[in-house]
Design a protein around this ligand. Structure first.
Ligand SMILES: Cc1cc2nc3c(=O)[nH]c(=O)nc-3n(C[C@H](O)[C@H](O)[C@H](O)COP(=O)(O)O)c2cc1C
Length: 326
């Protein structure tokens, strides 16, 4: 059983990202080198109702572990019930409660970051979920609703309620994704708690990860956007911060194509041939504009517009092989 206090530090993790960190993408990140996966959030209510699509989102293959499944909701007993169902079905290595999502359809339902405005309810959720499952229970939150020091009292409440780990995204709900993540504030949270604290927000490579860890003393870093189209980033971080036996190389265009094709095969395995449509949103990340400087011979604009139209594996393979031939 995962024990966050004993886990090797720093913890390096893939952030939960709705519609992005599904099974195929998590599998790719794991094969390349991410130690811990936070699976995209699922609705506690949908799990309890027996929604097949939602339940299937929580499936875990052995090679992906450890996988932490995130839940959203606002009712302590309902979240506890959903966590219990998931634990019985798939035994995730940890359960995480979303207390940071700023999206309106989540917050107007009093889920996600709304829970920061109701610390008593947030604490009751942690206690109820802890009582319901054997797996460790963590919380992912932000610096506050509107002020970036709200986290200092909120974090303590979450720890006192029994959470085993806290991840903090260094922005307030009102900031959304604007501005720069305030890592210093996360360092203060780390200093005030005894449970492990993971830093999240604006870590994009080995250098930023090293700086964030040194600045704050955090127990780990969690990457979201920086991992999209760049599952190699976890090895880069490992090699920069000196994780033993981590090897990193800058992926060539061939490596990129190999991984995209593998990602496509996993999509098809998981969702059927229609899975390629769901893969389209990953293409702009795999083939970013910045690659142009390294590969001036490739017309990435034409490639990206061709990729968003592919609907079969063969079409995808042809489009990508054509790029390698350029
Ligand atoms: C497309 C997308 C979906 C996200 N979905 C979730 C989610 O399901 N649960 C969650 O806690 N955070 C979610 N987030 C927030 C990320 O986990 C992370 O906190 C945020 O992107 C900041 O980290 P970064 O700078 O490394 O991207 C999402 C972010 C993005 C961009």
């Amino acid at each position: 059983m995962l024990d966050w206090k004993k886990a090797t530090k720093p913890i390096i993790a893939l952030a939960p990202m709705a519609d992005m960190t599904d099974q195929p993408f998590c599998r790719i990140c794991k094969e390349i080198g991410v130690p811990y996966i936070w699976r995209e959030m699922v609705s506690a209510e949908a799990i309890i109702r027996g929604n097949q699509k939602t339940r299937a989102m929580t499936g875990i293959s052995a090679f992906e572990r450890p996988v932490i499944q995130q839940l959203f909701g606002n009712d302590p007993e309902r979240l506890a019930e959903a966590a219990r169902i998931i634990e019985e079905m798939f035994q995730p290595d940890g359960i995480d409660i979303n207390m940071g999502c700023p999206v309106r359809k989540i917050t107007e339902n009093f889920d996600g970051s709304s829970l920061m405005r109701d610390p008593e309810r947030a604490a009751a959720i942690v206690k109820a979920v802890k009582n319901a499952v054997k797996a460790p229970v963590s919380v992912k939150t932000r610096l506050g609703w509107s002020k970036d020091d709200e986290i200092l009292t909120f974090a303590k409440i979450i720890e006192d309620a029994g959470a085993d780990l806290l991840t903090v995204h260094g922005r307030t709900k009102e900031q959304g994704y604007a501005g720069v993540a305030n890592w210093t504030r996360i360092g203060q949270v780390k200093d005030s708690l005894s449970i492990p604290v993971i830093l999240n927000g604006d870590v994009t490579d080995g250098t930023s990860a090293k700086h964030a860890l040194e600045l704050t003393g955090a127990d780990g870093v969690m990457l979201g956007r920086g991992a999209l189209g760049n599952p190699w980033v976890f090895n880069e971080i490992g090699s920069v911060i000196g994780v033993p036996r981590t090897s990193y190389f800058v992926p060539s265009l061939e490596d990129r194509v190999t991984i995209v094709l593998r990602h496509a095969r996993y999509q098809i395995e998981r969702y059927g041939e229609g899975g390629l449509v769901k893969l389209r949103k990953h293409f702009p990340f795999y083939f970013k504009k910045e690659l142009h400087d390294k590969h001036p011979q490739v017309d990435f604009i034409a490639l990206r517009s061709a990729l968003v139209r592919v609907s079969s594996y063969q079409e995808l393979e042809e489009a990508l092989k054509a790029v390698l031939a350029q």
